[in-house]
Design a protein around this ligand. Structure first.
Ligand code: ARG
Length: 560
């Protein structure tokens, strides 16, 4: 139900209905109404005072049956939709659209490339990767829900001398069976050992460089070992991706651009942008350090591959936007290489966007990546699931399928935690805090959703065709259906800001509102008609929470 449209039609010449449509917004405070029209620009054009204009509108506008009040407030004009009208249209729309409530086709025909997770081969998949992985995957689903064609890219870190060093270490001290068994942990130990041995014997570094050259030249033995490292790493991370419900359309990593950098460097040089500096090739930039693209020894860099990748993506997918979900520590890197592409004269440089985020640390000390000691993401999930199992066993000893439900709660709690705050905030992870059943947590919202499921099960049949809203036209009821109406806008806002937390916070708010209603109004009590209305509301709440969960990648158990 497009109330903005309907309200804009109340206005006559000389006021422009289209302008009014786009000016209509949600009032700052809920109690002021459902829509607010700021009268400032309208008044300026009409040569009037905004306060006077708002007052005049309130006195002269027609009041159609769907509106209960039109009130001026300073330079604003506030509209309130009639309760029964709003309840019926919102809940009706949720019944009609179901799992598609909140979706749209505004992005039709537009590709959004999303570079997220982007792990490094032979390196542990740790808690530091949590945010890029779940923020990227949530954006992927959110854009998809809005009709865009998202394209998920895991830009693997699979290029560089470190892989030559890994081969050297493997040849010297490696054990095939051990690596097959312990996977990336064993690979990472080899890497750590290489570094400590190289401190004593510098020639090791030359050996590493030599092996890296061999990989680049396609030497069959070295490539085979490297491909095996890659396979081991991907098998391990894929298990975690599966638990988190994360998918990719491409695993083209840095090495994929091996043969795509030279043409870019060529073009840069033709355009007079490439300068020599101490034997290295750089692009000088205003107000930032130069972007280094080729070292004196001829080696290319991370930035060189990112520039080649951006060109490849533009050519291959013709993206509308290309997002890079990467920690804010890399701010400068992205600023630099975006600028290089802009200097080359490509206006699509403006469509490259760094989606930065803050750091996660653990309550019991920050994560340490030195000396190979890191907190693996898989272990964090395991521990969260284990603790969830304990909690639900205590709360509900007869619960069936307990292991499955604990997996949903534990993993969901971690995702919820990661997506609850604005991206840029540094956050501290605590098992106890993310797993508590009351507060702004995943389990709290899941529990509310399970409560809805069990009410609907106990309440028996409900039917929107017989919906009469009178039993929910109280304060607590209105606070729910007026908030449910906002879901489509929230999904859009999440995409505009690239902030999944808009949705996390929104469904938390819905859960809180529903629980207030639940305490005040016994749902399965009263006349048939009253119960039906309350069950329809409960259905709508459950539906919207699940639609939100689906976008975040959180599962909703029916019981817990
Ligand atoms: N592998 C990189 C890292 O761990 C992240 C890559 C991000 N994506 C990109 N296109 N640069 O720091």
């Amino acid at each position: 139900m497009d109330y903005r449209k309907k309200i804009s039609l109340l206005f006559e010449e000389p006021f422009d209905r289209k302008e009014i449509y786009s000016l209509l917004a949600r009032p700052k405070e809920e109690k002021m109404g459902d829509f607010a029209l700021p009268c400032f620009t309208l008044a300026k054009k009409a040569g009037e005072n905004p306060v006077a204009l708002a007052k005049k509108f309130s006195e002269t506008l027609e009041r159609p049956s769907f509106i209960s009040s039109i009130e001026p407030a300073g330079g604003f004009l506030n509209f309130k939709i009639k309760d029964e009208e709003l309840a019926t249209s919102v809940i009706g729309e949720i019944f009609e659209k179901g799992e598609n409530y909140g979706s749209s086709d505004e992005g039709k025909g537009r590709v959004i490339c999303i570079d997220y997770s982007s792990i490094n081969i032979a390196k542990p998949f740790h808690i530091g990767h949590l945010l890029t992985t779940v923020i990227g995957a949530a954006l992927y689903r959110i854009y998809g829900f809005l009709g865009y064609k998202p394209y998920g890219i895991n830009h693997l870190g699979d290029y560089g001398t470190q892989f030559g060093k890994m081969i050297s270490a493997y040849k010297r001290w490696g054990n095939k069976d051990d690596i097959e068994k312990r996977g990336v942990t064993a690979l990472n130990e080899l890497y750590v050992r290489f570094h400590s041995e190289a401190e004593k014997d510098e020639s090791l570094n030359d050996e590493g460089r030599h092996y890296f050259k061999l990989i680049e030249q396609g030497d069959s033995e070295c490539v085979k070992i490297f491909e095996w490292f890659k396979k081991i790493t991907l098998e391990e991370v894929n298990k975690v991706y599966e638990r988190l419900g994360v998918k990719f359309d491409s695993y083209n990593g840095e090495s994929f651009y091996n043969d795509k950098m030279e043409p870019v460097l060529e073009e840069l040089s033709q355009k007079g942008l490439l300068k020599e500096s101490d034997g290295a090739q750089v692009v000088e930039l205003d107000g930032m350090p130069p972007c280094l693209l080729k070292k004196a020894d001829g080696a290319t860099l991370y930035a060189t591959r990112d520039i080649a990748a951006a060109f490849y993506r533009k050519k291959t997918y013709d993206f509308y936007k290309c997002l890079y979900v990467v920690a804010y520590q890399q701010n400068l890197h992205f600023k630099q290489f975006f600028k290089v592409i802009e200097l080359m004269g490509y206006d699509w440089a403006k469509d490259l966007q760094h989606i930065a985020f803050g750091m996660v640390s653990l309550e019991d000390g920050t994560l340490s990546t030195r000396k190979g000691k890191v907190v693996l993401l898989d272990e964090v999930l395991n521990k969260a699931v284990e603790k969830s199992l304990k909690i639900i066993t205590e709360k509900n000893p007869d619960l069936k399928d307990r292991e499955k439900i604990a997996e949903m709660i534990g993993v969901g709690a971690v995702i919820f935690f990661a997506l609850f705050n604005g991206r840029i905030k540094d956050i501290v992870f605590s098992y106890d805090k993310v797993l508590t059943f009351d507060g702004e947590t995943g389990p709290y919202v899941q529990y509310t959703c399970a409560r809805c499921s069990s009410i609907l099960e106990k309440g028996g049949k409900y039917d929107f065709k017989k919906f009469n809203p009178s039993a929910i036209l109280n304060q607590e009821g209105r606070s729910i259906y007026s908030a449910l109406a906002l879901f489509p806008e929230k999904v859009k806002e999440a995409a505009e800001k690239n902030e999944p937390c808009v949705i996390t916070r929104y469904i938390t708010d819905i859960a809180q509102r529903f629980n207030k209603f639940y305490i005040e109004h016994k749902i399965i009590e009263g006349s048939k008609e009253e119960i039906n209305a309350k069950l329809c509301l409960t259905y709508a709440v459950r539906r919207v929470i699940i639609n939100g969960f689906n976008l975040l990648g959180i599962k909703a158990p029916d019981r817990m």
